[in-house]
Design a binder for this molecule. Structure first.
Ligand code: HAM
Length: 469
């Protein structure tokens, strides 16, 4: 993408490990050939060694989505910038600092998806999903783009799993959604806890913000510079500040739960009761307000359990770590975007953060991610064996056998070693003689005993040995 007349974006210093990039125009032919391209700052590659975690998380998401009956939805990376400004809100970091905005060739202002909820609500309206029986439950797995300061677990392109429920307002639905997210982490093998709060209805929040503003005004001289701006621009965001000098002030600030009316309080307590009923670990987090403006009730975030610190008095405190995921209720967004009044609730979980946390957790607890398991290793010797082998591999794949092989290896010794390393029970050997005889050798890797079988009987013999018939 070549942004034209985009918002001025601060130029970032190149990553230390990357060589300086030469200007192509001035490079000679030889220099051009040598030129390397650096990874764009804040972006990251997912390498095959990490793929097993991505795959497991993705399959976990699919299975939870099926179980809780969510349908997959995909929306485009590009939407009108106004959609996000209207939904997420001016004064939030996402809109004011992080969104990638550019002018398209026709002059329209487009944005690269910084978060999923606004685009999904737009899709709900554009596709008339309100005509379906409610609730409408959708999920997606998409990349998000935020021009944030890169650091561990914070990228300019990251992936999120989003689950959203439209059309029903009921504490059981909110609890169901939290249980679905919790199940995802459970299936991944990552212990998490939930932090829970409510940001109230707009009227309740307005009353609370008034109180909050007057409290913070008295402390203005002790606040960090960002918070002084927040005080006039978006006072609720004062509660997001992680600056050491502001934290003690926040800890004494009024709490929004005290400003909810009876109905909202009752609704919130019902969610808590549901969570108690299923023994899901949660803590009430009175200053959790989330960094997006569309929320209208319960809000929640997920953290790895180990990240919750305990004071000497045994009190759990919020750690300064980043959230694995978060969400909440947003009953007014669909209507604000031009749709029918449609209550909604959802969450977004960071994929990179979940995988990073899982790797850390496994390392700390000396756990090993299981490697793929193969039924047999297929060893070939010579050109003709490779040709025939390829055909046999295709047939056996259709028969449901998981076969390891490496056509780049020529010697039998090397192939048997490879088979040994991945601990397959049997190796099928196809040499020149076997090609001529239309046979193969099956070697039992434990006993070393070998037997010869005809090509046609190979699959059935292997399946019998594996106890699959
Ligand atoms: P969010 O809290 O902004 O919520 O993002 C959700 C999760 O995405 C975060 O908890 C974090 O794990 C991950 N994340 C966010 N920014 C980055 C980043 N720069 N690098 C890596 N991971 C990141 C939302 O986006 C809402 N749309 C969630 C939602 C859905 N609310 C209702 N429905």
């Amino acid at each position: 993408m070549t942004p034209k007349k985009s918002k001025p974006v601060k130029k970032s210093a190149p990553a230390k490990s990357n060589p300086p990039v030469k200007k192509e125009a001035s490079a000679t032919g030889a220099e051009k050939a040598k030129k390397t391209y650096a990874l764009v700052r804040g972006m990251h590659d997912v390498l095959p060694k990490e793929e097993k975690f991505w795959k497991r998380f993705y399959h976990g998401v699919e299975s939870v989505a099926d179980y809780f009956q969510f349908g997959r939805i995909e929306t485009p990376v590009l939407e009108e910038a106004g959609l996000y400004i209207r939904s997420v809100g001016k004064g939030t970091d996402i809109i004011d600092k992080e969104m990638y905005v550019f002018e398209d060739k026709d002059g329209s202002k487009l944005a690269m998806r910084p978060e999923a909820t606004a685009g999904l609500a737009r899709a709900f309206i554009s596709n008339g999903l309100w005509n379906l029986s409610q609730p409408v439950k959708v999920w997606c797995w998409e990349s998000m783009f935020r021009h944030d300061r890169p650091q561990a677990g914070r990228y300019r392109e990251h992936h999120q799993v989003d689950f959203e429920v439209y059309g029903i307002k009921d504490p059981a639905i909110d609890a169901e959604l939290i249980v679905a997210a919790y199940s995802l982490y459970q299936d991944l093998g990552l212990p998490v806890e939930i932090r829970l709060n409510s940001v109230g209805t707009p009227a309740e929040r307005a009353r609370y913000v008034e109180e909050l503003t007057s409290y913070y005004r008295q402390k203005r001289s002790y606040l960090c510079e960002d918070c002084r701006v927040r005080l006039t621009k978006n006072p609720l965001r004062l509660l997001d500040c992680k600056n050491e000098q502001c934290l003690p002030i926040r800890d004494e600030a009024p709490q929004i739960l005290d400003w909810l009316d009876e109905e909202s309080k009752k609704y919130f307590m019902k969610i808590v009761e549901y969570l108690d009923a299923v023994s899901i670990p949660y803590t009430l987090a009175p200053y959790l307000v989330r960094g997006l403006d569309y929320y209208t009730g319960v809000v929640f975030e997920f953290y790895t359990l180990s990240e919750t610190e305990t004071t000497p008095e045994g009190v759990k405190t919020e750690s300064q770590q980043s959230a694995l995921g978060g969400g909440g209720r947003y009953d007014l967004l669909v209507e604000e975007l031009g749709g029918r009044p449609t209550p909604a609730v959802g969450f977004g979980l960071g994929v990179e953060r979940a995988i990073m946390a899982l790797e850390q957790y496994q390392r700390k607890n000396h756990l090993v991610e299981p490697e793929p398991v193969y039924d047999i290793y297929f060893a070939q010797l010579g050109e003709e064996a490779k040709r025939q082998g390829l055909k046999m591999l295709m047939e056996m794949r259709k028969g449901g056998l998981k076969i390891a092989f490496n056509f780049a290896k020529g010697s039998l010794k090397a192939q048997l070693e490879a088979a040994n390393n991945i601990k397959v029970p049997y190796v099928v050997i196809l040499g020149q003689k076997e090609v001529q005889d239309e046979t193969v050798i099956i070697r039992d890797m434990e006993s070393g005993v070998q037997e010869i079988v005809g090509h046609k009987k190979l699959e059935a013999t292997i399946k019998k040995k594996l106890g699959r018939v």
